[in-house]
Design a protein around this ligand. Structure first.
Ligand code: LLP
Length: 409
């Protein structure tokens, strides 16, 4: 995260000192660097410059309307997975012709919104869904462009809970079933197959699985002599959460994608989420209490697993750094935990950590993707604020949810 650095002992995001910021702003909250968002997006554009794909930001990774608006202004479209995300993307000013809709269980209401708003593609994930789209389109006297999401049966070699491209996963249609549906597709007069899509998983750090998937698609499209307007290659590009990980290098893959697109004469769509937004955000939290344990001390933060689920869900590592550095050390090992009444409400163990006392502040890093968007009201806790930094300015892009409203709802 290039926009995060210490100046002397103090942590700065862009030109804002977090310590100063904390004098007037209550924790916990998410804070993002606009500059980092823009530079991540432009880097992605640059990597695939030759191909000039439509980049549909995966709104599920962070669906804050202000963030969608920043990306939309840079030219991004959106990949949505619900009626809510679809309406948010439109509210953020993203044009319907830049929106693709994925998901295995789209409801009739959601599909009607997608049809009425004339989005670019509904990526169907089953024969039943395609038939339902056909029926709804017929009732509305429309002909709808659809894509089919295929399950290429490729192992993404990532955490099992975020792997989506194997035959055992519920996502996409198997190639066998796609072929058999293709034989009867002409019966369905209100849909038109314009695209194939794939998404094999998330936080993929090696380009091998992507290359494999591209081969599967290439072979299939040639074999079936499909004339497609779009091929949607999904997202999944990994970032480095720890210092010994390397973010994926896409240079080689981008050349293959370019060859693929030129030969098939189709427009490429990508659906990146994490690689655009993951390293742009911090979760700032206060040390509420410190409690001595037999083997380690518990640093009890005011942020909980309801605010940030990734460690509880995937055992994910997110480095926790102090807002103000010092040169003393804690005497024993520590574990950062949150207040929620669940044993999985914990954020990491450190053998050696600088001295922390109650009311100090820390930042949980790289939480821009699947941080706020995965948060919940568990334990009847209000959703926390989200703040956007731009150079030395800040803006609340979501206020903390009102407790009274939450109680009344
Ligand atoms: N397209 C589709 C159809 C997807 O299902 C996803 C993510 C993406 C694109 C974006 O993938 P990305 O570029 O962000 O890897 N909550 C998990 C990640 C779940 C990913 C779900 N699908 C986590 O925190 O690691």
């Amino acid at each position: 995260m290039q926009n995060l650095r210490y100046v002397g002992k103090n942590l700065f995001l862009e030109r804002v000192s977090i310590q100063n910021f904390l004098k007037k702003n209550k924790t916990p909250f998410y804070i993002y660097s606009e500059n980092q968002i823009v530079s991540n997006y432009l880097n992605f554009v640059k990597t695939f410059k030759k191909t000039n794909p439509l980049i549909c930001f995966a709104a599920k990774s962070n669906s804050n309307t202000n963030i969608l608006r920043i990306l939309g202004k840079l030219g991004a479209g959106a990949d949505v997975v619900s009626g809510g995300e679809l309406l948010k993307a439109l509210k953020a000013g993203i044009k319907p012709k830049k929106i693709v809709f994925s998901g295995v269980g789209k409801s009739e209401d959601e599909l009607k919104i997608a049809i009425n708003k004339k989005i670019l593609l509904i990526n169907c994930e089953s024969e039943s869904e395609a038939k339902l789209v056909n029926k709804l389109a017929k009732n509305l006297r429309k002909k709808i462009s659809i894509g089919f999401r295929l399950n290429p049966n490729v192992d993404a070699k990532t955490h099992k809970n975020i792997s989506t491209g194997k035959a055992d996963n519920k996502f996409g249609l198997s190639i066998k079933n796609f072929k058999s549906f293709l034989r009867e597709i002409n019966k369905f007069k209100n849909i038109k197959l314009e695209a194939l899509s794939v998404h094999i998983g998330s936080q993929i750090l090696n380009d091998g699985p992507f290359k494999k998937t591209l081969n599967v698609m290439n072979k299939l499209i040639k074999e079936l002599k499909l004339n497609l307007k779009y091929v949607d290659l999904g997202g999944g590009f990994g970032i480095n959460y720890s210092d010994n990980e390397k973010p994926i290098n896409l240079n080689n893959y981008s050349k293959l994608v370019n060859n693929f697109a030129t030969k098939l004469n189709c427009k490429i769509i990508f659906e990146p989420g994490r690689s655009i937004i993951g390293n742009t955000g911090l979760l700032i939290s206060k040390v509420q209490f410190i409690k001595k344990g037999d083997n380690k001390n518990f640093i009890i933060l005011d942020a909980g697993m309801n605010d940030f689920m990734r460690p509880a869900l995937y055992d994910a590592f997110h480095k926790i750094i102090p807002i103000t550095k010092n040169s003393s050390k804690m005497k024993s090992a520590i574990e950062f935990v949150g207040p929620i009444c669940e044993s999985t409400c914990k954020f990491g163990v450190y053998r050696k950590y600088q001295k922390l006392i109650e009311n100090d502040f820390v930042a949980i890093t790289n939480v821009g993707a699947y941080g706020s968007s995965l948060s919940s009201n568990y334990n009847t806790r209000p959703l926390i604020a989200e703040i956007l930094i731009n150079k030395n300015k800040f803006k609340y892009i979501r206020k903390k949810q009102n407790l009274q409203k939450l109680i009344n709802s």
